[in-house]
Design a protein. Structure first.
Length: 425
């Protein structure tokens, strides 16, 4: 432990902050080092906000060093913390020494907008305690599900959504929840076991577990958790489903910020009073065909038929890749949007004439809601022209009570009656 202190409890903009570190019990840390890096954070109820970062050629007197920094004009009134202290070698070649929270006591100070106001040590402690309480309320803010908003009886839950595939370096606090990195990734041992099961039985070969591969696989699958601290819901399922929907939106924003969209792999929820808990694990999940083809060699024949075409046609390769991605999409709305984008791409390629007037199967010209004849000038018209050319029949539910409306007059559909719901496309 390094003794550390700041010369005053409060400062004004333009004043000189002085930090003192006593290395009497760890004087060897200063050997070969002459610089120190430091960061200053403003403490807000939401989170710590970086206010200043600097390097300093410190002044040394025996086993103690002094760090000086003028409070910059950008610092607004509030509570501040000195963190991120790191000793740097004199020549820049040696290993730096970063201080951990166990090395130093926390170095707080107050920046005052009032030129005459100075805080005592006890007043600074009051400010720290006040912000701690505000942050606790912020982190534990109630998140209510839609179902729980309109009922008198509800319960409280803590819900943890565990995610994989996004590297988060430090904890991130948001009102009502927080994201925490787990500092590890998945193990590849289970996959290695599957590989060895085959290679041992087929070729009498067993592959050893390699630390290098394990580290690479762990680094490539960074794990984190979204901790929803105080969820108001009518039951555990309601709490979990609400947080899952929220996490999907969080994952989308993380993809925007971190360039890769993570996925959830586990959910843990529990009653904070009784500690009764539930767990669910999300596996990669197979949602494709379960029943084998009548022809047992169908997959091989499909590969024979399509692989040469993909090798010679980048266009077909693109369309099939987009189609495969759309089929794998779990959100039904996004799946339909991806399918429609594929139809637009294909119809753009297949329907070159932009002046074709669309006709219904009975030969009548198709008109839009303004009475104009619909042509292939716009993408929508080209998609319908392509679909009509394929002789795709109109789609309706078996109940006959739901009709998907195209340019055809849905009320003329043979199964239409006053109870039929028309869904416009």
């Amino acid at each position: 432990m390094i003794d550390a202190w700041i010369d005053k409890s409060s400062y004004r903009v333009g004043e000189e902050l002085q930090i003192f570190l006593d290395f009497s019990s760890n004087e060897d840390l200063l050997e070969g080092r002459a610089n120190i890096n430091a960061q200053i954070f403003r403490i807000k109820k939401e989170r710590n906000q970086l206010a200043d970062a600097f390097g300093y050629l410190y002044e040394r007197v025996e086993d103690a060093i002094t760090i000086k920094r003028t409070i910059p004009d950008s610092c607004k009134e509030g509570l501040y913390l000195v963190e991120g202290l790191k000793l740097i070698s004199a020549d820049g070649q040696g290993q730096p020494y970063p201080f951990t929270p166990r090395d130093l006591t926390k170095l707080f100070f107050w920046v005052s907008a009032d030129q005459k106001l100075e805080l005592s040590a006890s007043e600074l402690t009051e400010k720290i305690n006040q912000l701690d309480a505000e942050r606790a309320n912020y982190n534990n803010a109630v998140i209510a599900t839609e179902a729980a908003m309109d009922v008198t009886e509800s319960a409280r839950y803590k819900v943890l959504i565990f995610g994989v595939g996004c590297l988060i370096h430090t904890s991130q606090n948001v009102e009502g929840y927080a994201l925490h990195p787990l500092g590890r990734g998945f193990s590849y041992k289970h996959m290695l076991d599957a590989v060895n099961t085959y290679t041992a039985s087929k070729y009498e070969i067993r592959l050893p577990e390699e630390e290098r591969i394990g580290i690479s696989f762990s680094n490539a699958t960074p794990l984190f958790v979204i901790d929803f601290a105080n969820v108001k819901a009518i039951n555990q399922d309601d709490a979990e489903n609400h947080c899952l929907r929220e996490s999907e939106k969080i994952f989308t924003i993380l993809a925007y910020d971190r360039d890769q969209r993570p996925n959830s792999f586990a959910i843990v929820s529990f009653d904070p009073t009784t500690r009764d808990g539930w767990q669910r694990f999300h596996f990669p999940g197979y949602r494709g065909n379960l029943i084998p083809d009548f022809n047992p060699t169908s997959p091989a024949e499909t590969l024979d038929r399509l692989l040469p075409k993909l090798d010679t046609s980048p266009w077909l390769d693109l369309i099939m890749r987009l189609y495969a991605d759309a089929r794998s999409e779990e959100n039904y709305n996004y799946m339909c949007l991806k399918f429609w984008a594929i139809l637009e791409m294909i119809s753009e390629e297949r329907v070159k004439d932009k002046k074709i007037a669309l006709t219904s199967p009975n030969g009548n010209k198709i008109r839009d809601y303004g009475g104009k004849i619909v042509t292939t000038e716009k993408k929508l018209g080209r998609v319908y022209k392509y679909a009509f050319d394929l002789k795709i029949p109109p789609t309706q539910m078996n109940s006959g009570k739901l009709i998907f409306e195209t340019y055809l007059d849905a009320t003329a559909h043979p199964s239409y009656d006053g109870q039929t719901k028309i869904v416009s496309l």
